[in-house]
Design a protein around this ligand. Structure first.
Ligand code: ATP
Ligand code: MG
Ligand code: MG
Length: 380
């Protein structure tokens, strides 16, 4: 049996392991903590990224290495790449780890981005605010996720608070100031590229974030024109080809009028693609496993319309979701903690109208009308 090694042992590794099993493929995850939730369904090595001996032994046990987590040190990925195939390749990982190189790549491949400026000092921040204007968002170039490492500036008086919050990170690995985009919608392109260059995308997903964390996704994104979809897919393809990318990735986009702006890319399976487990012929997790092993890619077509609700901080009562036809429950087996992604639900339906009705029902039964409301409105 082939074994896929996964750097990181969170819920993404867990769902990769669950998708690999029916194909007769084993997984072995590496994580610094022994209670990493992938370990409940996958082999798990407990080691730090700089534990060379443990990682060398891990490399001997696996046929290919991939990621559940994009912030693995580039040096770790490169050392492993000297011993075993690593997909996506360490250069693609390195580009996607740094918001500056990521945005530079987007612009070079023809995808516009929000205006941005590099900030290494407080003076840089003052100058960047002068040039870009407000509102704006100050972000760490590296290591941010789920809206962490970000500060929103509304008025010049916020500069002090922003610098107090993130100035330390500036000396470490730099900051970037981005214009705040008053976008109409947020979309993601979920794409997969095979070792042979084969490229496929799932239909565009519409996403809603609360406090910088994904709350709700809807796919196929209602009301998206074919032209916009084709443009988004062409950008994803161009980026993947420039990086010689192998595996699944997500390209997060802002839509403003008819314009697409690139926010960031995730060099891995992505939260906005969880609906593909039940809503598509092949899930993002299965296609990632297929891609990194050089197997043929599966059909990315959909069975109907799907909505995904993220559970953050605590798991709600599963009964309302389990009671609705084509409702699916995912509990990651993680300890509940504020702000932590602990599970999700996916509701599928044959058409937008019946998905809307199911969301109204589930939202009311859970007392989470507010969480489902944007999807209910978009499907109306
Ligand atoms: P992820 O968990 O997706 O990796 P992250 O911490 O890398 O998140 P971003 O994707 O940069 O964070 O930002 C999180 C959310 O904050 C975005 O999806 C969007 O809703 C909002 N946001 C970020 N940057 C901007 C911007 N320049 N203008 C408007 N909204 C923004
Ligand atoms: Mg991110
Ligand atoms: Mg994001």
């Amino acid at each position: 049996l082939p074994t896929v090694g996964i750097l990181g042992g969170g819920q993404l590794a867990r769902m990769l392991a669950l998708a690999a099993a029916p194909l007769g493929i084993r997984t072995l995850a590496v994580d610094a903590t022994a209670d990493a939730c992938a370990g409940q369904v996958s082999g798990l090595v407990v080691a730090a990224w700089d534990d060379e001996a443990a990682l060398a032994e891990f490399a001997r046990q696996v046929d290919v290495v991939t990621f559940d987590f994009e912030n693995v040190p580039a040096a770790t990925a490169e050392r492993l790449a000297g011993r075993v195939d690593v997909f996506p390749n360490p250069r693609a990982l390195a580009v996607a780890q740094d918001r500056l190189s990521e945005k530079t790549l987007f612009r070079e491949s023809g995808l516009n981005t929000p205006e941005f400026a590099v900030v290494d000092t407080r003076d840089d921040l003052v100058a960047a605010v002068g040039r870009i204007g407000l509102p704006a968002i100050l972000k760490t170039r590296r290591l941010g996720y789920d809206g962490k490492g970000q500060f929103r500036l509304k008025a010049p008086a916020d500069i002090d608070a922003a610098w107090a919050a993130l100035g330390d990170a500036a000396s470490g690995h730099g900051l970037i100031l981005e214009a705040f985009v008053p976008f109409d919608r947020e979309l993601s392109v979920l794409a997969v590229r095979g070792r042979d260059g084969a490229f496929r995308t799932w239909p565009l997903t519409r996403n809603w974030h609360v406090d910088g964390v994904l709350s709700l996704s809807l796919a196929p994104a209602p009301g998206t024109s074919d032209a916009l979809e084709q443009e988004a897919v062409a950008h994803a393809r161009a980026i993947a080809e420039r990086l010689d990318y192998v595996g699944v990735f997500a390209l997060e986009l802002f839509v403003r009028g008819n314009e697409l702006l690139g926010n960031e890319m995730a060099p891995r399976v992505h939260n906005s693609g969880h609906w593909t487990i039940e809503g598509a012929h092949t899930s993002q997790f299965e296609n990632h496993i297929r891609a990194v092993l050089g197997l043929p890619l599966g059909d990315t077509g959909v069975r109907g319309a799907s909505a995904m609700l993220n559970w953050i901080g605590e798991m709600p009562d599963p009964a309302p979701v389990l009671s609705v036809a084509d409702g699916h429950w995912h509990d990651y087996g993680k300890e509940a903690r504020p702000g932590r992604k602990v599970g999700h639900a996916t509701i599928c339906a044959t058409d937008a109208g019946s998905l809307r009705a199911k969301l109204v029902e589930v939202g009311a039964a859970l007392g989470r009308e507010g969480q489902v409301a944007p999807a209910v409105e978009a499907l109306g």
